[in-house]
Write a protein that binds this ligand. Structure first.
Ligand SMILES: Cc1ncc(COP(=O)(O)O)c(C=O)c1O
Length: 390
């Protein structure tokens, strides 16, 4: 049976051959560290890293490529900005759709540094009224951190509107673009944000273990590094360099990951995020339409493909989401993810805590035929479970 991978919100699979080739080319043809030697291979590695930074700066409309910092993941990027910025007495606003990559570091900072975190309640479909942010601002609000799109329901949050209303307020603004980088247009300047955290292994089609953070000049100045060490620059000094990107990039980097990510970005740029978003909307629209015709299926989120990414969470009355995911893989070779998706707060918001949901997420390589196959499988499972006659 043909495998259908419908867990792109977790990671992209299969990786495009261009990405695999770029990783293996780096390992075979270059294989050395950038910036640590003056020989050809080291210079080529430095060029590869610089080119990847340029691609990302162009993709996200960042004024200087040095404002793009490579990190091992978006989780690391979010930890870096939260722990590097927040101090005792700071007030932080987040939405009730955030991932644990934001919630857990903040929980630690609340206990250890005495910061004050306020969670803005989203509607049950995951949407947020941007005016809630305005109303909740206080004199000590240091940061607003929002996910661009929920990894549970795909709901897109009003990140542009919030950027507009925060502009000139002095409050820093962070966007978690884990679910949207590569599949929604992200313009760092137009978003009016100070931090854009992204991951390389989802919509950007790269390998696991690579992500990054874009920082505004003011955020770069105000944020302390999470890790200090060798940068290949100012080695005579004990202090970490204060310039970008070295302030935040210490130690040997994941160059194979960066090579693979650069190849992924090239693919994304050649299709264009708008056309990628449209293709995904087509799949999501067809899936939602098919689900509406199935008895006993509860779909969460807005139900509007224009207002969401290609992520659909559902439950089937009387069936555990974990069992459903297991049956889909065992009997139909369909790969999905069930449970809480590392976002218990989002599940509380949509009313599915603690049981969670079954999540389908579409991406590179998925087709309408996949969607039809998944709908057919669900129809069969429902018929079996509810003993509905054919
Ligand atoms: C919204 C969101 N934030 C953060 C993360 C963490 O991503 P990573 O595991 O790549 O660090 C995810 C991953 O699913 C996510 O969906």
């Amino acid at each position: 049976m043909t495998e259908i991978y419908a867990d792109h919100a977790a990671t992209t699979f299969p990786r495009p051959p261009e990405v695999v080739a770029a990783i293996s080319d780096y390992l075979l043809q270059i294989g050395c560290n950038p910036g640590r030697g003056g020989y050809r291979r080291s210079l080529e590695a430095a060029r590869l890293v610089y080119e990847a930074r340029l691609f990302l700066a162009a993709l996200f409309n960042v004024p200087r490529p040095e404002q793009v910092i490579f990190t091992p993941s978006v989780t690391y990027a979010l930890n870096l900005l939260l722990k590097g910025l927040l101090r005792a007495g700071d007030h932080v606003l987040i939405s009730s759709m955030e991932h644990n990559a934001v919630v857990r570091p903040l929980a630690r900072l609340t206990g250890e540094r005495g910061i004050n975190v306020e969670i803005l309640a989203c509607r049950q479909d995951g949407t947020l009224d941007p005016l809630q942010v305005k109303r909740a601002l206080r004199s000590n609000t240091r940061l607003v951190a929002l996910t661009h799109a929920s990894n549970v329901t795909g709901t897109i949050l009003p990140v542009c509107e919030v950027g507009e209303l925060l502009a000139g307020s002095g409050v820093l603004y962070a966007i978690d673009a884990a679910q949207t980088a590569g599949s929604e247009r992200l313009d760092f300047m137009a978003l009016n944000c100070d931090y854009l955290a992204f991951t390389g292994h989802k919509g950007l089609l790269g390998p696991p273990g690579i992500g990054g953070l874009v920082l505004s000049e003011r955020a770069a100045e105000l944020t302390l590094p999470l890790v200090e060490g060798g940068t290949g620059s100012r080695s005579e000094e004990e202090e970490q360099p204060s310039f970008l990107p070295d302030k935040f990039e210490s130690g040997t980097q994941n160059i194979p990951g960066i090579a693979g990510l650069a190849a992924g970005i090239r693919l994304v740029a050649s299709s264009g995020e708008i056309s990628i978003a449209r293709q995904k909307q087509e799949l999501t629209g067809a899936f939602l339409e098919g689900l509406a015709a199935l008895p006993g299926v509860i779909v969460y989120g807005t139900g509007d493909p224009q207002k969401m990414t290609a992520v659909v969470s559902l439950n089937i009355a009387g069936v555990d989401s974990g069992d459903l995911s297991f049956i889909l893989e065992q009997c139909f070779s369909i790969m999905t993810r069930s449970g809480l998706h590392c976002a218990p707060l989002a599940h509380r918001t949509i009313g599915t805590f603690p049981q969670g949901t079954l999540r389908f997420s579409f991406g590179f390589g998925n087709t309408l035929a996949d969607v039809r196959h998944i709908l057919g499988a669900l129809r069969e499972i429902i018929r079996e479970k509810q003993q509905i006659p054919e």
